[in-house]
Design a protein around this ligand. Structure first.
Ligand SMILES: Cc1cc2nc3c(=O)[nH]c(=O)nc-3n(C[C@H](O)[C@H](O)[C@H](O)COP(=O)(O)O)c2cc1C
Length: 187
């Protein structure tokens, strides 16, 4: 299997734990991954500090890019990244993607992934949804993106917050086409 090039974008929705678990998981998958590019919004860092009580995102050995760094390779389709995962994805970022407002690296990279017909996975998080949110999810889906809401499942009997959050992250890793050992219903 060809190794994948993956973009991880973290925005300021609640659920920094999802980003942490995904980055932890990708760090263990070097045999399947050529490169991980990471970009975080300002609010993503603020929410991470608030919810997780640390700045551990600085510790990952991935390629980090500033939120306005349009020199990042994945700001252009020519760099051929396979998949972009936005985790968690705020309603603001979702709306900017749905309306083509590519005014930062996250929204530009999503624009590129969609126009190049590659895989965009948006782990949207808010509740409840307004019609604006629902319409934006519809538009992104019609443009080829995958809306993967941060809705945990409980049939694996998770015992900890990490195990609950991992039920979402495992689905994301599956959607990205990466191989992993995870709970499978009746397997
Ligand atoms: C603690 C905290 C939790 C938040 N949770 C959400 C959320 O679950 N969903 C959402 O869309 N916005 C949430 N927000 C608001 C976003 O951070 C805000 O709309 C921001 O402008 C999003 O910008 P970004 O997408 O560039 O990160 C939250 C903000 C804070 C401080």
């Amino acid at each position: 299997m060809r190794k994948k090039k993956i973009i991880v974008a973290v925005t300021g929705a609640s659920g920094s734990i999802y980003a942490k678990l995904l980055l932890d998981g990708l760090a263990q998958m070097q045999d399947q991954i050529e490169r991980v590019g990471v970009v975080m919004s300002d609010n993503a860092k603020e929410v991470w500090r608030f919810e997780l009580g640390n700045e551990d995102y600085d510790d990952y050995k991935f390629d980090f890019y500033g939120k306005m760094d349009f020199n990042a390779p994945f700001a252009s389709g020519s760099a051929k990244f396979d998949t972009m995962i936005i985790i968690p994805c705020s309603m603001g970022t979702l709306g900017r993607i749905a309306t083509g407002v590519s005014n930062d690296l996250i929204t530009r990279a999503a624009d590129v992934v969609l126009k190049e017909r590659r895989k965009l996975i948006a782990v949207v998080r808010d509740t409840p949804f307004s019609l604006i949110h629902i319409n934006n999810m519809k538009v992104v889906t019609e443009a080829g993106g995958i809306i993967c809401p941060a809705n945990p499942s409980f049939y694996s009997m998770p015992k900890t917050i990490e195990e609950v959050a991992q039920t979402v992250v495992s689905r994301v890793i599956d959607l990205a086409g990466l191989e992993q050992d995870s709970y499978r219903w009746n397997d």
